[in-house]
Ligand binder design. Sequence first.
Ligand code: ADP
Length: 328
Amino acid sequence: MISIEHVSRRFGDGPDAVVALDDVSIEVAKGQIFGVVGQSGAGKSTLLRTVNALERPDSGRVLVNGTDVTALEGKALLKERHRIGMVFQHFNLVGNRSVAQNVEFALEAVGTPKKDRRPKALEMLDLVGLAHRADDRPGQLSGGQRQRVGIARALASQPDVLLSDEATSALDPETTRSILELIQRLSRELGLTVLLITHEMEVVKRICDAAALMEHGRIIEQGSLDELIRTPGSKVAAELFPVGEAHYIPGHRVIDITYTALSADRPVIAQLVRDFGLEVSILGAALETINGHQAGRTRLAVPGDASVGLKVIDALTAQGVTAWEVHP
Ligand code: ADP
């Protein structure tokens, strides 16, 4: 659905040049929610702007539903943009117009006849649970409600693709959750393909089917969340499963065992440790559900070297659990 192929973009020349995108390739399948995660300055916004054809790459191309958006100009470009909805961090609503009028602007832009705009806007607002606030001004709404309007506006032109630029970064954790749930529900119900950028791993964990980690304009790792959490040494996996601060036990070293399995949880590890007579203390455990799959990490203190950790991994593997050691 979205195919980003070897995209590079540099700003400036000479020694001061910034390579914002360095040979970035990403495939997002239809209906998938794909997260690009990275620190500020990693190149995420430049990537999103390139997909939305607001930015031209120096090399490479971006196909959206088979159309090369990097080669479009004029009316063809505008038409293509209407098939792409965009949600912004700071909502970008027009303050002195009503909620419904904000959505109507998007309908006007795609040529919806005037008489159809209000009913259609109300329909979109209903989709995000805000039809009853249609005649309020954005300033009368909470941040979460404003973002719901932003989403209604983004979906008004019935796009196939939704781009989200840090849509929840300005919201508190509870509101963040409800907005993410809304995006996930709409993606499932409407078959929307979603590409979102975020600096928060939490966002990836809550709704993404697949993700890419970006650093200094490059994709460091990417894949489905299932693949990533099964990849030894994956930075995404390591950030998805933080465990509490370890207690220091003299003469021991601390290791983390990460495992993925539907049945594995802390008692399973504790049982294995007992069964195999391993001299291990369990310091902490975190179990997470990622899109219905359970994965967890247990932090262990092992005496001497890490070979005991390998025995735990062997024991888990024998139980059909995918497990690996993460050095803290
Ligand atoms: P992110 O969204 O991950 O914070 P950006 O894509 O905004 O990263 O920026 C990536 C790098 O490119 C940064 O070093 C930024 O300063 C630089 N950059 C982005 N846009 C421009 C621009 N229009 N002119 C010059 N440098 C830019």
